[in-house]
Design a binder for this molecule. Sequence first.
Ligand SMILES: [Zn+2]
Ligand SMILES: [Zn+2]
Length: 181
Amino acid sequence: MLRFDVSDLEDEIEVEFDEGPEDLGFQDELRFADRIKGRVRISRISGGIEAVGEVTTAVYLECARCLETFRYPLRTSFDVIFRRGSEPIQWQEEIALNDEDMKTSFFQGDFIDVGEEIRQDIIVSIPIKPLCKESCRGLCPRCGGRIDKGECKCPKEEKGSPFAVLKEIFSEKEGIEHGKS
Ligand SMILES: [Zn+2]
Ligand SMILES: [Zn+2]
């Protein structure tokens, strides 16, 4: 839990953290490969409390092309204003219009829950189509083998397909032009 008592926060505090995923309320929506570490600076500003920080961790994701599980290192930063009270819907819309980059959260009582902000931040940092590497060639559409791992032994071109025939004609021609016998 990364909850901070801000009732007697004078100026600002800076805290380093090192949390397990379950401490931040993760259940099994993500498989973590590392703990969640970072630092946060909490300061009193006019009209609220600002929490600025950065987070590093790593998760296991499945490549959208080759379906291989891989370790995805994640680094993200956050900047949230906590305002006292409950969320006024109309005001929230105004905030969204006026200040798209600044996130606003609401709190009641003496504590702000920075852990919940970090949890949301991590979730939105996960790519929708994760790739083990940018150049991943994925699975062979015919045999289902992972091409990059050499699992596919299919012949390069299917004999008799229009493209293969054309290619043969061209390579023969090329052979002649280059004086190949
Ligand atoms: Zn891949
Ligand atoms: Zn194949």
